[in-house]
Design a protein. Structure first.
Length: 367
């Protein structure tokens, strides 16, 4: 072996090691999960989540403490931002058990929008505030939505809040509702309608003066749809343009239905979501891949939830690859919360249908 060959092999090994370290360090476990409500420590999905000052807030959510019995929660929890451990304390309660709504922010408060529970879907809009020491939450009601809404996405640009898709008045929807905080009257209105089939459980993010939407599904027997591509709506003109779907390394189109997305550093990031083919087979009632009676009994890996961290460049209008794919990202119904200086806290969710996780990871080094 020549000196040059040894040098090349050494450099290659160092580069591979560095890449491995970068990927491993980008997904870091965070210990701690709320546990004061019986069953909550099993993990929840579809909770409300946000940040107020130095406090990470979780509220509501749902899980299956016993097979076939879905439970919703009403506790409000706060934990001071930290890297390795979150020390949660219960600081209040929602007016009723709730999950599958959305969260926005207004000054030193969070805005909790819509949701549902075992009894009803909600048009409720709540303002949640906590004391500076993070020990007590207060909740007050704001102008309600014009419809009940659940399983939608919520996006925000400054004082403009957008409710995207989901179920409105119990029906799958492609509508986008809009509220401008601080406007006299605080009235909700229909902003636009997405192209094509309704989108239940989409992701939505505002970046610049545009609203970006991907994923979602519409369960309608043989006409069911699991969306992979997306749509971009210009906020000033309300003009819509199609968006490409994210893909994995093999070029397979991913759906972000049930996933989550956020904006940071001029990019849109997304993680999680179901597998388009497996999920479509189930919601259409086909069950060609597995018997309906066995659908919930498969191992976690069989469901092939999206484990890829996806990155979209709004200026280039395309997805760009990231080196990060990790089993801890393969969830649906997780909450993602970006905190400057700490990265993105990826909270709870389900790892397969009806099975939640209490695990929290921190996604960092997203460049």
């Amino acid at each position: 072996m020549t000196h040059i060959t040894r040098l090349i092999l050494t450099i290659t090994a160092l580069l591979l090691a560095a890449a491995t370290r970068c990927t491993a360090q980008s997904i870091e476990p965070v210990s701690g999960f709320p546990d004061t409500e019986e069953g909550y420590s099993l993990g929840v999905s579809a909770c409300y989540a946000g940040r107020i000052g130095p406090w990470i807030i979780m509220a509501g959510g749902c899980n299956f403490p016993a097979p076939g019995k879905k439970r919703y929660y009403r506790g409000i929890y706060a934990a001071r931002v930290g890297t390795d451990t979150l020390h949660w304390q219960r600081v209040g309660e929602l007016p009723e058990e709730a999950a599958y709504g959305g969260t926005a922010a207004s000054g030193d408060s969070l805005i909790l929008i819509g949701g549902n529970n075992n009894i009803r879907s909600m048009s409720t809009v709540l303002s949640l505030h906590i004391t500076p020491d993070g020990t007590k939450a207060t909740v007050r009601r704001l102008t309600p939505l014009p419809h009940t809404a659940d399983n939608m996405a919520v996006a925000q640009r400054c004082n403009d809040i957008f409710v995207v898709g989901g179920n409105l008045d119990g029906h799958p929807s492609a509508d986008i509702l809009h509220l401008r905080l601080g406007r006299k009257g605080d009235a909700w209105s229909r902003f636009a309608t997405l192209t094509g089939a309704p989108r239940v459980q989409p992701v939505a993010v505002c970046a610049g003066h545009k609203l970006y939407v991907w994923g979602g599904f519409h369960a309608d027997s043989g006409n069911s749809t699991v969306h992979t591509g997306g749509e971009c709506i210009a906020l000033r003109t309300r003009r819509s343009t199609p968006l490409p779907a994210p893909t994995d390394d093999s070029g397979y189109s991913l759906t972000l239905a049930g996933g989550t997305a956020w904006a940071h550093d001029g990019m849109i990031w997304a993680a999680g979501g179901v597998n388009r083919d497996i999920f479509l087979d189930a919601i259409s009632g086909s069950y060609r891949l597995v018997k309906q009676s066995d659908y919930l009994n498969q191992p976690v890996a069989w469901y092939r939830f999206n484990a890829q961290l996806c990155r979209f460049n709004p200026r280039r209008h395309r997805w760009q690859p990231t080196p990060i794919a990790h089993p801890q990202l393969a969830r649906a119904g997780a909450a993602a919360l970006w905190v400057r200086g700490f990265g993105c806290f990826y909270i709870g969710g389900e790892v397969k249908p009806a099975v939640r996780t209490p695990q929290i990871v921190r996604i960092g080094d997203m460049h």
